[in-house]
Ligand binder design. Structure first.
Ligand code: X8Z
Ligand code: ZN
Length: 655
């Protein structure tokens, strides 16, 4: 038996024999506080040094992609894995849940419940390599251009396909890319994913969890997390359905009888491969096409903006709130432009080098409004790093998964208002007319409201797979997407397809519920900062720029890092209103749009979509879930064709 498994067995046996009060977690018998504190002191020093080392080599690779830099990065990452494993092994020898010092207990728990170090070395390496392989396959995937099959097939998701999905209005072209992307990923990844599920579950069970989903949810430190987010999705569903119904009516104008009036929407025409962000179809659904669009790119160019100036403006936003300026190392070492000499990864990112002074942004900045927003977004991450830098190493992270994004995006909500851009001297149209406001809220809703059910579904699906097994994974995926998003596959699917693999976070083993949580908290935080800054009236018009009160509250919230429970932090953030994830703020933000949508939808036969078999003759089975969609497309086909089609679909789902 391998060493780790031996330790685990011994710990379990001791606990059972001693009749000790067993918690759900794996832990040992050592309750010596002095030893625990000594271990944590060493961990703080060595952990931050290891983190610094890995960050440096990852930075070097990301800003200068060479084989040598890749090798060095992989070497350092392997070293870190060894360090993590040794730390975990030591931690689970403590009876950490009985350590009397609450901060020490919290830190030990953070190490103990993380990772898959309970596996044998062989299995640990196997799951690690499986994930690397799945990520590589995803990253290497290239597609052939539409109708040019003999051309070079080198279209990539980031450079080409995302753009085409957002811009093309050709139903069949979109279908081509949707089908090709799903075909390129699902079938080749299915077996690897099934083995991954098995190993991830083994690791979690050895660590005291029911399954790998249970371990993932541990990050949210809330017994009732599942229930809390279920309540939130129920609360936002009426708004989502109003948006969905309006968007469907506009898509019907565009695509005609390809779309059924009361049915779900096909997954490929919403401007995004996963129908998760509908911003791409703004020009189809824009409520008032004549109203002026909020885009200050031209004004920035005319005024001679440079990337450096954009970073200075973002810094001034934080200092105007009384928050921290960027440290000298930031200005010295960040990458503000695409390098001329070397190849670099251009995705914007914010880096904490774990040594309390080195913080950087990597962004290939162009003078556009989009990049001005991104500059504020990334700098908000740095502000969060700076605020919690005096915490112990283990607490230098967000209060709850998703909160980093929530903070950055809440700042984004203030920056991207005509009110703020006007204060920057970039938007001289102070006209605050109804039509521009509804246009603005529509754009925000296509980004934020449309995203909510998708952000919810991904981990609902993943947790179900971990809990119930790998049978019918594709069917489960489409059931959830239909139920929450009202989206159906544009083509018949079978279990061979394994469509969830089309979303990077699934094969890459990246949790997703944090995006859902983050989006809700973003509005809760935004509303709190607006309230304290004295804002009155419509929430979407709030700009808390220059509010010292907002800056003070934000600093208090951010400086805690993860040292306190997130419920505590949310209570402080909302000044006692709630300690839960709550949909109230996002609903209040979109209320003017919601009212407008209700008026638009008055003549619609169904608000939302019909999903059950009640208006079809098809027996209760999974195939019935999609029957509306195929039926609607078959409306123009003769009835015998329709029957054939239904039985073909049924047979696909009973394979
Ligand atoms: O994965 C991401 C970021 C990295 S945290 C690129 N996002 C989610 C997604 O793409 O699905 C940002 C928005 C949601
Ligand atoms: Zn971010």
């Amino acid at each position: 038996m391998m060493a780790v498994q031996r330790i685990i067995t011994v710990i379990w046996i001791i606990l059972i024999v001693s009749g000790g009060s067993r918690t759900r977690y794996l832990e040992g018998l050592n309750v010596n506080l002095g030893e625990a504190l000594q271990f944590l002191r060493e961990y703080d020093r060595e952990g931050s040094a290891m983190c610094n080392r890995v960050m440096n080599s990852q930075w070097n690779f990301a800003t200068n992609i060479t084989d040598a830099n890749r090798r060095k990065m992989l070497e350092d990452q392997t070293l870190k894995l060894k360090f993590d494993k040794a730390s975990w092994k030591k931690t689970v020898t403590f009876a950490w849940s009985r350590i009397p010092d609450p901060l020490a207990r919290r830190q030990l728990k953070m190490i103990a419940v993380k990772g898959r170090h309970s596996l044998t070395d062989d299995k640990f390496n196997e799951i690690h390599h499986l994930i690397v392989e799945m990520k590589e396959l995803y990253a290497r995937t290239r597609l052939c251009p539409y109708k040019m099959m003999d051309n070079v097939c080198d279209l990539s998701l980031d450079h080409d396909i995302n753009r085409i999905m957002a811009q093309s209005r050709d139903y069949d072209e979109l279908m081509h890319y949707w089908q090709a992307w799903h075909e390129a990923l699902g079938p080749p990844l299915k077996n690897k994913y099934m083995r991954y599920v098995q190993l991830a579950n083994q690791a979690s069970k050895l660590n005291g969890f029911a399954d790998a989903g249970d371990q993932m949810r541990e990050d949210f430190e809330d017994e009732y997390f599942h229930q809390n987010i279920a309540e939130v999705i129920s609360a936002v569903t009426p708004l989502y359905k109003n948006l969905f119904t309006y968007v469907r009516s506009r898509l019907i104008e565009r695509y005609g009888d390809q779309i059924r009036r009361d049915g779900p929407l096909p997954a490929h025409i919403l401007g995004n491969m996963w129908a998760q962000n509908w911003e791409g179809i703004f020009n189809i659904v824009q409520p008032f096409p004549a109203a002026r669009k909020l885009d200050v790119t031209l004004d920035m160019m005319i005024q001679g903006y440079t990337p450096l100036r954009m970073f200075q403006i973002a810094e001034e936003f934080f200092t105007s709130l009384g928050m921290k300026p960027m440290p000298p190392e930031f200005w010295k070492s960040s990458m503000f432009f695409k390098p001329l000499e070397t190849e670099a990864k251009c995705t914007p990112s914010a880096w904490d080098f774990c040594n309390k002074f080195d913080y950087r942004i990597k962004q290939c900045t162009k003078v556009t409004m989009e990049d001005l927003l991104s500059t504020h977004h990334e700098m908000s991450h740095i502000q969060y790093y700076l605020q919690y830098k005096e915490q112990p190493f283990l607490f230098r992270k967000e209060a709850i998964p998703g909160f980093h994004e929530a903070v950055s995006d809440a700042v984004g909500l203030t920056i991207f208002t005509p009110q703020h851009l006007h204060k920057l001297g970039l938007y001289n149209n102070t006209l605050d007319d109804y039509e521009s406001n509804i246009n603005f809220l529509m754009l925000m809703a296509l980004q934020k409201v449309a995203y909510l059910p998708f952000a919810y579904v991904v981990d609902q699906w993943r947790w179900r797979v971990f809990a119930d097994g790998v049978a019918d994974m594709t069917t489960r995926w489409w059931e959830l997407r239909l139920q929450y998003q009202g989206i159906a596959p544009p083509l018949p699917r079978t279990e061979r397809d394994f469509d969830p693999a089309s979303k990077y976070h699934v094969p890459a083993d990246i949790p997703y519920a944090k995006y859902f949580v983050g989006l809700i908290l973003e509005f809760q935080l935004f509303e709190s900062l607006c309230d304290i800054s004295g804002h009155k009236g419509d929430l979407h018009k709030c700009d808390f720029y220059k509010s010292r009160e907002a800056g003070r509250l934000l600093s208090e919230i951010l400086s805690a890092g993860a040292s306190r429970s997130w419920q505590d932090i949310v209570r402080q953030m909302t000044r006692g209103r709630t300690n839960r994830i709550d949909a109230g703020a996002i609903l209040r933000y979109f209320e003017p749009l919601n009212q407008w949508l209700k008026r638009q939808n008055q003549m619609e036969p169904v608000i939302g979509w019909v999903t059950s078999e009640e208006d079809t003759d098809i027996p209760t089975s999974v195939s019935a879930l999609f029957a509306h969609w195929y039926l609607s497309r078959a409306n123009t086909i003769s009835s015998w064709m329709m029957i054939t089609l239904i039985s073909v679909i049924s047979s696909f789902f009973t394979l």
